[in-house]
Design a protein around this ligand. Sequence first.
Ligand SMILES: [Cu+2]
Length: 444
Amino acid sequence: MLETSPPAVLHGSPEDPSEERSALTRRGFLRGAAATGAGLVAVGLAACSPAASATGSWAYGQSIPSANPSGQPASSGAAAPASVAPSTGPTPMPSMDHGSPAPASSPGASQPPDHDANAKAVVDRFLGGEGASLDGAGNQPFEPKVDGDTKVFDMTVEEIQHQIDARKDPVAALGFNGMWPGPRLNVVEGDKIRATFTNKMSESTGIHFHGQALPNAMDGVPHITQDPIQPGSSFTYEFVAKTTGSHMYHSHHNATDQVGRGLLGAFIVEPKDPNKRYDKLYGATQDIVWISNDALGGFTINGRGFPATSPIVATLGETIVIRFMNEGNMTHPWHLHGMPMHVVARDGYPLGAAAFTCDTLGVNPGERWDVVIDCDAPGAWAFHCHILQHAEGPDGMFGMVTALVVKEANAASAPATTAATTTATTVSARASAPNFECPIPGSL
Ligand SMILES: [Cu+2]
């Protein structure tokens, strides 16, 4: 018998983006900056401090030129402006194309004279909710059809236009169901899965469910277990979801190019026993998928580069889970300021007694690591890859950077404690808090 997938207590679900107007108290922001003293968060402080000297609320979120302030996901890739010619051709090498050339290697190199202004401007864009302003958000939950005892996922593989941030031309990307990352597929251990991929591209492909125990014929490797899926054709993968935890699905054909251009997505298998799920095990109220890539469009988190990455917004005392997934070709050591990460699973397998705590976690290509974060320090905490060429250059931060914003809640907006509390409820509590002054629209 089928079980219903656990409720998506996730950001970006269709019902919540317009309400996800998270905010941060001035006091929390200042405290956060003071605690770190310098560096990335101090840049964020600089962005807020001029208005902080006044008594009124800050006015972020008004300078983003793109339409769609609701952040509502589009059903297909972002349309390219008619006057903009999207990039074409094979996936470029990992680049510094977020407006930041490679850092100067000369010990005597001086900081560009306009560094501070440029660095502030890019942080202002982030605080203004640039990510939420863009169409074409990926990683959206996808409800399967139910056919008897089988969950059916009808998927397309297609060429899309995708924006890495609001200022760059759309790139010629690839998407599942029109989005990058593809839809987030949540199932329950023991579910029968039928996933049909229809190839609408002009090139062949094959889809592999990475991390799943599969019948060999369902492994998705062209010329090994199946013929390539030709343009206009479909292939159906049928299997029982056996391997619990954080997994992925992606192209396994011309993969440097196809995965590099966006054919990737999360496949999450919740344990059949509800008591083994993260909401029950850890009291997690947010379960966040974080897929990195490092090819087309440079260094990205869930298909966006800073400042169009989405902040993670939590309430003081809340516990959240992040599922890191690396679909790129490089390792990325994710570093969180302000509080540690408790690492509880690797590649979907619980670490048990081997669980550990750290503040910088290297994630190799193909790996998935699940971490639990107790949000016990108010403030805006930088959260970035610590290969600095992936995160900050002469023109400020770019690429693999976001922030964990921990808001102070008043008594009326205590954090939710179970996953049964819906996102809408959580958002409502946040929206009713009177002391939030610095809105940061959008979140992962
Ligand atoms: Cu990196």
